[in-house]
Design a protein around this ligand. Structure first.
Ligand code: PLP
Length: 412
């Protein structure tokens, strides 16, 4: 019998995914008898945001018709055609050179990065930002280069700082717009600045626009609509806008100058062929989703507006917490004004109250600052209860700190 522990790959040391890693701690709290309130996962399906019936029906029909063979590696022609139409007509994306479908945006992102970077190459990723990019870059042995979003300017990327972070081996800029975890939307000048940098330094821009229609304030501009001479890979899918994260279907739209992009597109297709195809029956839902009824979106936005207002009101009335109003998606990223570290704060919050949020350090942030991410998808009573717990927890913590410093306790 083999008794030696199996030696695992070194690259696993750098793989973290805070959104789900926090569950381990939550389960321990639950076993100790604490009731949990989950504000950690951006999954509309866990709350009152059901997948639209015509999307479900399209998949059921495909299954009944026994459409369970492998699909083409790049995706079903009917799905690709509908994606092209949406990208050109609604988003205004120019110079589309290729479209492919994957098992969620996640797979498309992995293909786009794997076909682009060698070990040691650099990719600029936003801080805060969605942690999948860091995990994939760690897997590929590529270098994560950080650029910070500016909290004082509604979490806009700072283009001048971004420019400074570029070095001789930088290959791409990741832009998450609308952003997870901050819920911010980039303004036109920032987008133009990023495209200008990419053009100057010969970089590909990976534009993650998976929340593009979940906009509460302002307007989302598709990066690929602004120029046709910069290589842009835009990611979208069924997970968020179409309320079907478990369907695992996303797509990538490759736009920009044809000749420079040709080898990159070929390389991505090598990876696509090697993994066979995305789910065949689910792809039959893409055209009905994109071309069909969008009532669900209107309803979702109405609910999200009310829940965001409540979230802001309750968080911003808590001493020691300040939250920049999110403009899109369903996340808020409040700052802990009196803390310098957030992982311990979040762990204590879960243990003491059962409220599960994600520590800001799991998304990256300016050194010395502390934040946490909340998902405001739950219904108002759950949100109210969670934020009351958070306010009470924060007050206890302030009081303990004041006592430890021999001060009189501050306001509760
Ligand atoms: C910014 C961003 N990109 C990609 C994804 C993953 O998308 P998918 O479910 O299509 O794999 C998420 C999921 O939370 C996300 O927030």
């Amino acid at each position: 019998m083999i008794e030696d522990l199996i030696r695992v790959a070194k690259r696993t040391e750098h793989i973290h995914y805070a959104v789900r890693d926090i569950i381990v701690l939550a389960r321990q709290a639950q076993q100790a008898g604490t009731e949990l309130l989950y504000l950690n996962i951006g999954d509309p399906g866990l709350f009152d945001f059901p997948t639209p019936p015509h999307i479900i029906e399209a998949i059921c029909r495909a299954l009944r018709d026994n459409l369970t063979s492998y699909a083409a590696s790049e995706g079903l022609p009917a799905a690709i055609e509908a994606i092209r139409e949406d990208a050109e007509q609604r988003c205004g994306i120019r110079a589309i050179q290729d479209i492919f479908v994957g098992s969620g945006c996640s797979e498309c992102i992995e293909v786009a990065l794997a076909a682009l970077v060698d070990e040691g190459d650099g990719v600029l990723v936003p801080q805060p930002g969605y942690p999948l990019y860091s995990a994939v870059l760690a897997k590929l042995g590529a270098r994560e280069q950080h650029y910070y979003l500016d909290e004082q300017r509604a979490w806009q990327p700072n283009v001048a700082e971004l420019a400074q972070a570029i070095d001789a081996r930088t290959r791409a800029i990741v832009l998450i717009n609308p952003n997870n975890p901050t819920g911010s939307i980039c303004d036109r000048a920032t987008l133009e600045g990023i495209l200008e940098l990419a053009a100057k330094h010969n970089l590909v821009v990976l534009a993650d626009e998976i929340y593009d229609r979940l906009v509460l304030d302002g307007q989302h501009i598709a990066l690929g609509s602004l120029r046709d001479d910069v290589p842009v890979v835009t990611f979208m899918g069924l997970s968020k806008v179409y309320l079907g994260p478990g369907l695992r279907l996303g797509w990538a739209i490759v736009s920009g100058p044809a000749r420079p992009l040709a080898p990159y597109i070929d390389a991505m297709h090598k990876f696509l062929r090697a993994r066979l195809s995305a789910s065949h029956p689910v792809q039959h839902a893409v055209a009905p989703a994109l071309r069909g009824d969008h009532t669900h979106l209107k309803q979702a936005l109405t609910k999200l507006r009310a829940r965001r207002e409540l979230t802001l009101q309750l968080l911003n009335s808590t001493p020691g917490i300040h939250c920049v109003p999110p403009a899109a998606a369903f996340y808020a990223f409040p700052r802990l004004l009196e803390e310098t570290e957030d992982a311990g704060w979040v762990a204590d919050l879960v243990r003491e109250t059962g409220v599960v949020v994600v520590h800001g350090s799991g998304f990256g942030q300016r050194p010395g600052s502390a934040h946490f991410r909340v998902v405001y998808l739950p219904q108002e009573p759950t949100l109210r209860s969670a934020f009351t717990h958070i306010a009470e927890f924060a007050a206890r913590r302030r009081q303990r700190r004041a006592l430890a410093h021999g001060e009189r306790p501050g306001p509760k």
